[in-house]
Design a protein. Sequence first.
Length: 278
Amino acid sequence: MNIDAHQHFWKYSQRDFPWITPGMERLARDYLPPELIQTSQPHNISGSIAVQARQTKEETQWLLEYADLYPSIRGVVGWVDLRSPSVGDDLSIFSQHKKFIGVRHVVQDEPDPRFLLGSDFLRGLRRLADFDLTYDLLVFPHQLPAAIELVRLLPDQHFVLDHMAKPRIKKCEINDWKHNFSELARHENVMCKLSGLVTEANWKVWQQHDFTPYLETALHAFRPERLMFGSDWPVCLLSAEYAEVVGLANSLIDQLSLDEAAAIRGTNAETFYGLVAD
């Protein structure tokens, strides 16, 4: 089964999505499961991982309710306040749902580059193992050093890096990102999503070769057994259609063996997130 390991749903309001700013009008509407199903099925994608887009417990519950309605939603990576004294109670409640598979915090928006290493945040992260939950790392390149320290501190926690840490493709910056990205990949408790790259390039005018050195770095550093495909739909639509995002990933994946390709397209996500059939 092919799985889109990273996508979002929302019912749009300006109040709830202040990050959708002028120039991003295409995102300023509802994006819900039936549209993703229709969009992804022509590409032989039959399931997806719904990832939080708002940092509220209410959104996490809303995503789980949609997961009950749509078997194509194989799992939900939600949000809880990992710094809260009640984090254990929150994780216990959500973990009663079999499709609650992980947690993410929008660390990229935190001004402190060492936010991941804060004592309260670390305390909350350590609770994830009690519920067999994964953690999605959403960071910018300058936050990678803290991410490296984090995964070293918690060797038994399963992490996945979202969007390859958002390299500055538009500016053709690669050296510092490549060094830290590759260092993170040395830790076997970390996987990486081939996702979110098109919005880091020149929107709508990018060329496939713009991404080649970044994709090749990911393949070399993580190898096929620790990579998974994700579209970042609908955010990707700012720069590319769904078919173009799939085509970009395929430019790398099609060079691999059938088993390696199948791993990136689905089986790695199934294994990492512990997905269960509906």
